[in-house]
Every structure is written in structure tokens, then in C-alpha cells.
Design a binder for this molecule. Structure first.
Ligand code: SAH
Length: 263
């Protein structure tokens, strides 16, 4: 028998952030391969299915066990040859730093059909938590989703961190906030660039903090051991109140005191 694989974005946290389509497709699963960052409460959508944990836990400081990508690719193919509907449940959106490419390639090579159901990526959940829109009229015209980390899990060199967009959201940098701050400054970002750091976006215990780039190291302790995204530039600025009836575009302040308190 050859089955079908459905990649589903679970969203960044709490089970209710999955899409309606994602929940419906999950309900039809025979087997579910899930990531470390997905909420165990999602099991309620597919109690009939066999659930297999294949999580990678790169953001943790305690080095929890993980499954290699090659093993996951092989397992996915094998399960699709044994079951009708295999769900590959991924945190956030499958297309954003989700190793979707490798898994699609493995399925295509084995002649197995698949589809992708999108999810809410961490950058969007972080912006929702802080109420800091990623785009701003006039000043924030572009957004990039970046990883600060190379394939060898090292911080990118300054050349790879030069500003690409008005708002840049860095994934997988939670363990190296101080280093990231220094590298971004070396790459040309001004010391007073606003930075918003959010960990466990979408979960009830989400934490957000505001900084200037020069003080980013101050965020390390607050977010230690938690999945964290770092928003830099126009979209990291708090929305300022305006008088009713006179909406003004958001302004990036030239200088503001850094704060390291939970928001
Ligand atoms: N596909 C996922 C990203 C997976 S890469 C998505 O679309 O969100 C893993 C990285 O995502 C983590 O290192 C962290 O930077 C970020 N991340 C995932 N979940 C998060 C959350 N709830 N809050 C903050 N960052 C998160």
C-alpha cells in the first residue's frame, strides 16, 4: 500500500493556534510524526492515531535527545508505505526553517504523494504578543525571516547578517543573544536599533522584552532555554498612541532607553 503524507503547521504554541484545516486533516491521520515544539494537547484532535515523537531540540540547554533528519526522512517514507494517511506535524509553519525540503525530496523520490497545510510561524505569533506590527506604513516596507545560525550550528559571520529588510526576524538565536547583538552591530546595524525578543510565543507563559541592539545580551537570562525569536528594526518598535482621527505612520525613535523587563 502507498499512503499519502500531510504536512501540517501546528502553529507556534497552544493547540488552538492550529488552523481549522490543520485540525481537520489531523483527525484523519493513521499515524502522526510530531516535533518537540508542538503542544501535547493536539493529541485530542487525533486520538485514533499512533503518535511518534521525532522532535529536534536545538533550542534547549539540557541537550534532550533528538532524531536525525535522515532518520526522519526514512521513517516518513516507511510509514507512508504502511499506512493510508501519515501526518507530519511541525511547529509553526512547515515552510519556515522546518526541513520541509528534505522531507518533500524523500517522498518524491519514493513516489509518495503529499500536501502542505500552512501554520502560524513564530515571527507572527511574536508580533501578535507584543502588538508590534512587522510592517509599518512608510518605515517598515519589508520583513525577512532569517536564521542567525549556520548549518554547523555556529553564529553567522557579520557578512551574512548585514541588514536585508526594514524588519528582520531571527530564528534559532535564543542561546546566543549577546553574540547576535555584537555580530549585528559588526554587520552594520546601529547600536540603538530597537530589538524585541519573544520566547514561547503563543503559549500562556510567553515572555517578551524590549532592548536596543547594544544591550541585547541583557535578554539572555530572561529567555534562557526557551524557543525565542528576535525581531530587529522597524517592526520591533512599540506602537505609539496617536490622537483619535489622526493616524500617523510608526516612527523608529532615534534613541530610547533599553529595558530588559518582561512585557
Ligand atoms: N517552523 C517553525 C520554526 C522552526 S525552527 C515556525 O514556523 O515557527 C525553531 C525555531 O523557531 C526556534 O529556535 C525559535 O527561534 C523559533 N520558535 C519556534 N517556536 C517558537 C515560539 N513559540 N516562540 C518563539 N520562537 C519560536
Amino acid at each position: 500500500m502507498t499512503g499519502h503524507v500531510v504536512f501540517i503547521g501546528a502553529g507556534p504554541g497552544a493547540a488552538d493556534l492550529i488552523t481549522v484545516r490543520g485540525a481537520q486533516r489531523l483527525a484523519g491521520a493513521d499515524v502522526v510524526l510530531f516535533d518537540a515544539l508542538t503542544d501535547p494537547a493536539l493529541r485530542a484532535y487525533a486520538p485514533q492515531a499512533q503518535w511518534l515523537d521525532v522532535g529536534k531540540r536545538g533550542f534547549r540547554t539540557d541537550g534532550g535527545s533528538s532524531t536525525s533528519q535522515t532518520q526522519i526522512d526514512a521513517l516518513l517514507v516507511r510509514l507512508a508505505q504502511q499506512h493510508k494517511v501519515v501526518v507530519r506535524l511541525k511547529g509553526g509553519d512547515p515552510s519556515v526553517f522546518g526541513r520541509l525540503e528534505e522531507e518533500l525530496q524523500a517522498l518524491a523520490a519514493a513516489g509518495i504523494s503529499s500536501e502542505v497545510v500552512p501554520g502560524v510561524t513564530a515571527a507572527l505569533a511574536a508580533a501578535a504578543h507584543t502588538q508590534r506590527p512587522l510592517t509599518r506604513r512608510g518605515l517598515g516596507r519589508s520583513v525577512s525571516l532569517s536564521t542567525a545560525i549556520t548549518q554547523a550550528s555556529q553564529l553567522q559571520h557579520a557578512a551574512g547578517l548585514a541588514p536585508h529588510a526594514d524588519t528582520e526576524v531571527f530564528y534559532m538565536a535564543g542561546r546566543q543573544l549577546g553574540k547576535l547583538g555584537r555580530a549585528l552591530r559588526a554587520a552594520g546595524w546601529p547600536a540603538h536599533t530597537p530589538v524585541s525578543v519573544v520566547s514561547r510565543a503563543g503559549w500562556p507563559d510567553c515572555i517578551g522584552s524590549s532592548h536596543h541592539l547594544a544591550q541585547l545580551a541583557a535578554a539572555s537570562l530572561l529567555h534562557a532555554g526557551r524557543p525565542t525569536v528576535v525581531t530587529v528594526g522597524a517592526g520591533a518598535t512599540a506602537v505609539q498612541p496617536t490622537a483619535a482621527g489622526s493616524p500617523a505612520p510608526a516612527r523608529v525613535p532615534a534613541k530610547r532607553e533599553a529595558t530588559a523587563t518582561a512585557a
